[in-house]
Ligand binder design. Structure first.
Ligand code: ZN
Length: 137
């Protein structure tokens, strides 16, 4: 038989393609379910990143309001919001690399390690973590 991903000829009954590592055990049903799960995981990754950017933007708006209406926000409050704006952006330091890694693994059909999945569950989004964990590798 031939690998459906890379097209190399491989022995009948092999579970993983020795050339590209593609899982050959999955039937078409599993494949489409995996595609759906991957898309959903991607959406929750994007939501996590958008959440970080949005909360940072919200803080920036408060800073701007503070400048326009100084009576509304004292210097301390202004400083607090500036600090919070930066803090909100910190998750992007791992969200963006993790998202890139996830996309790379899926595109090249690389198996994602359980450690990465657990990290997704904890540091990205609980739903993204569950989706990535239940996916058939
Ligand atoms: Zn292959």
């Amino acid at each position: 038989m031939y690998c459906r991903k890379c097209g190399q000829e491989i022995n009948e009954g092999t579970r993983f393609c020795p050339y590209c590592g593609c899982n050959l055990d999955l039937n078409n049903n599993d494949q489409s379910m995996n595609k759906g799960l991957d898309t959903a995981t991607r959406i929750f990754f994007i939501l996590a990143m958008a959440g970080s950017v949005l909360s940072s933007l919200m803080c920036s708006i408060f800073i701007i309001i503070g400048f326009i209406v100084p009576s509304l926000a004292g210097t301390m409050v202004g400083i607090m919001f500036i600090i919070y704006t930066v803090i909100c952006l910190i998750p992007l330091c791992w969200l963006i690399p993790m998202y890139k890694y996830f996309i790379k693994c899926r595109r090249e059909n690389i198996q994602i390690s359980i450690a990465f999945k657990i990290c997704t569950l904890i540091f990205v989004n609980v739903i993204a973590g569950i989706l990535i964990l239940i996916r058939e590798e």
